[in-house]
Every structure is written in C-alpha cells, then in structure tokens.
Design a protein around this ligand. Sequence first.
Ligand code: HAX
Length: 434
Amino acid sequence: MDKIKEKFAEKALPMTGEIKNMLKSHGDTIMGDYKLSQMYGGMKGIVGMVTETSKLDPAEGIRFRGYSIPELREQLPKAPGGFEPLPEGIFYLMLIGELPTEEDVIGVSNNWARRAIVPKHVFNVLDALPVKTQPMTQFSAAILALGTESEFANKYHDLAKKDYWDSTYEDVMNLIARLPRIAAYIYRRMYHDGNHIEPDPKLDWAANFAHMLGFDSDEFKRLMRLYMTIHSDHEGGNVSAHATHLVGSALSDAYLAFSSGMNGLAGPLHGLANQEVVRWILEMKQELGGGKPNKDQITAYVEKTLKEGKVVPGYGHAVLRKTDPRYTAQLEFAKRYIEQDDLIDTVHMIYEVVPDILKATGKVKNPWPNVDAHSGALLVHYGMTEYDFYTVLFGVSRALGVLAQLIWDRALGLPIERPSSTTTELLKKELNIN
Ligand code: HAX
C-alpha cells in the first residue's frame, strides 16, 4: 500500500468513531442562526458543512490545516535550490493534516509520476472537439472521459461503504497525476498547432507541468510551484469545492464530481476572473491608445466599468474582508524576481486606486483584491499570454484541495447532501406579507 495511503487510513479512520461520539453527546447543539437575507444571498455566512483541508478567515485569509500562506512558503519542502513550496507538500498537508518531510514529498511526486499516463481515448475526445472550444469546456470533457478508469465506479457494486475511501483514494491520485498532461495537451493543441510535449517523469509535478506546456525556464517552473500551491483550496463553500463535494455526496465518482467543480470554476465570478483581469487591463490599454496607464486613467476606467453595470474583475470576495494573502504572495514573488514589467506595474497601480472607488460605492463588502487580480500578469511576464487558458491552470491546482477532501468525505462516510428549500410564496405567508 502507498505510504501516504497507509498514513491517511491511520489518521482518518479513527475519526469516524470520534465524530460519532461527538454527535452522540453534542448532536443537538444549536450552532447558529440565519436570516431571511442569507436565504436570498447565496447562503453566505451560514456554516453548513464540514471541510477538513482548509479554513478561510475573513480577516486573515486562508489557512491550510492551520498554516497561513507565508508560513507554508517557509515551511513546506522545496525543490533543490528553490524558494517556493512544492505543491505535493500542500496536498500531503491537506490530506494527512501534518507538514510533510522532504521524503514524504518525494514520495508523492514519484507516486504521481507513476500514475501519469493518460489513456489515448481521452486525447481522442479532445481532438474531436473544435480547436476553439473553450479551454474549460475541453478540460471538463477530458476529465469526464478519463472517468472510464474510475476504480470506485467500476467496483461500486462489490464495495462495502467502509471501503469507499480506498478506491476513491486511487481515483484521486490517478486524476491528479494526469491533470497536468491533459491541461498541457489542451494548451498545445489550441496555441501550438498540436505540437505536444511528452512528460518528463524525473521532474516534480509542477515543473513537469511547466515542461509539458512548453515553458522550461527555472523561472516559470518556480512560478508554477507557487501558483499550484496557493490556488489549491479555499475551504468548502466556494463554488468549485462545494460543487465537487455536493456531486460527490451522491457517490458520483471522483471524475464526475471534479468535473462539476470545474464547470463552476469556469464562471466569471469565480475562477474565470483570472482571465477577465488580463482582458480588462488590455481593453483599458487599447482604449487609451496603448502604453502604460497612469492612476488618473485607471480611475476613469474603473468608474466607467462600474457605470456600465459591470464588476471590476479581481476585486471583492464573498468571505474575505481584506487583501487576499494569495494576492500578496504573488506581489512578493513579483517584487523578488521581476525587475520591471509594465503589466505588473499596472496591476500594482490598480491596487492603489480600486479599493477607494469600491468603498465609495457603499455596497461592495470587500473592496480588496483577490487571488485573480495578480496571477495573469505573472503568466504574461513569463510568456504565457493566452489568457483564455488561465482558468485551466487554476483548475489543475484546485484539484489538490477538493479531491483531498473527497477522500475525507468517503472516509468519514458523509451522507448525501440535501438541504431544504422553500418558495417566496410560502415565505410571504410565514411572514404575513400580502
Ligand atoms: N466590482 C463591482 N461591483 C462589485 C464588486 C466588484 N469587484 N464586488 C462586488 N460588487 C457588487 C456586487 O455585484 C453586488 O452588487 P449588487 O448589489 O448590485 O448586486 C454588491 O457589490 C455586493 O456584493 P458583495 O456582497 O460585496 O459580493 P458577493 O459576495 O455578492 O460577490 C464576488 C463576491 C467575488 C462574486 C464579487 O466581489 C465579484 O463579482 N468580484 C469580481 C469578480 C471576481 O474577481 N471574482 C473572483 C473572486 C475570487 C474567486 O472566487 N476566485 O476564483
């Protein structure tokens, strides 16, 4: 058995007993109230489920098993001579709940490299789609096509409930191992005439991804390691995590569940915002006749965007109420490694301008930048200019958190999710409104 799988079983399986006991003694405890406005407001602020992998604090930002992003940039194992954490490490942390050793991380890297071969029919499915098909649509279709390999689905009728986690673990590890190849295939097919690059199993997961995309510089590999780490999870209620969990709760296999999560990530209010940011800045530059915009010009463009009834992409958040630490990590990365870049300067100047304008609207609850405000500019700097593709990168990373959680869902035997709903008519009756 894989060492990490053994360790997971040691950690997770006794927790089912602990949870049973907790529910026996505290199951009737009232955990919170909610308001009518929350029922019409996307259920924000209602803590309605359990996610083990990470927790989002509105003021502090994300903590993965209690560790903040700055702490993890220090403490997670790195590639030899590198400064950024290896994403294998954050996966280990989220799954096991402990910081990994170098050996643990190498173990995960080798494990994924062994599982990385993508069956040919998945490429055939991609090749059958028009080359201009939206990259996230291709990504989701390829994940579904890969589902023919699902051990959980193929064995389901012979499995006892207590063993569901085991084949879900196998599905998750296979899926994560294969996602970079699928994503790179889509990228090379769309933007490099289908000139594909074979994986290099000697490289770590993120570096191999960079290599298959066609970016072999140490700088891009370094960026990919950071990118894959910081986008990996954002507790359980965001659309991609919740969709994966919800669909998985019906015992749909990891491929079906994760593809649903990716369909949610593809929305402009969620993961698509990373490409919207670059598109929006380029449109601003074009409208201004090129060059680097100054603060007054940015102010005018932001005001115009708002006046047109559009959102400023990369700003705001449903939970966070301060600058996203994932934005800050990228800002620090840019300051450390990049001497000068007009687009990155513009992103930083937008940060100086937008929060005050959004505050002045009086309605935006969080005027600060989120993760998506910065990521595109770093990619453009290193030569990946095809911003239509960026959400796929986000999706590859998001797999680490939401799929680690899916193994936990199965190990803890979490039931099918089924909240109740009501109608406006019934609410009006209840509230005596005519
Ligand atoms: N620009 C303009 N208006 C904004 C805004 C922004 N960046 N952020 C929020 N608002 C508006 C909302 O549209 C809403 O307006 P109405 O009352 O007219 O409908 C009002 O302010 C209140 O919204 P909120 O409560 O502050 O924010 P929500 O929780 O409803 O939405 C969003 C959170 C992230 C969807 C929102 O801030 C937004 O649309 N931001 C821009 C898109 C974006 O960057 N999305 C990525 C978020 C991070 C993420 O998930 N990444 O994957």
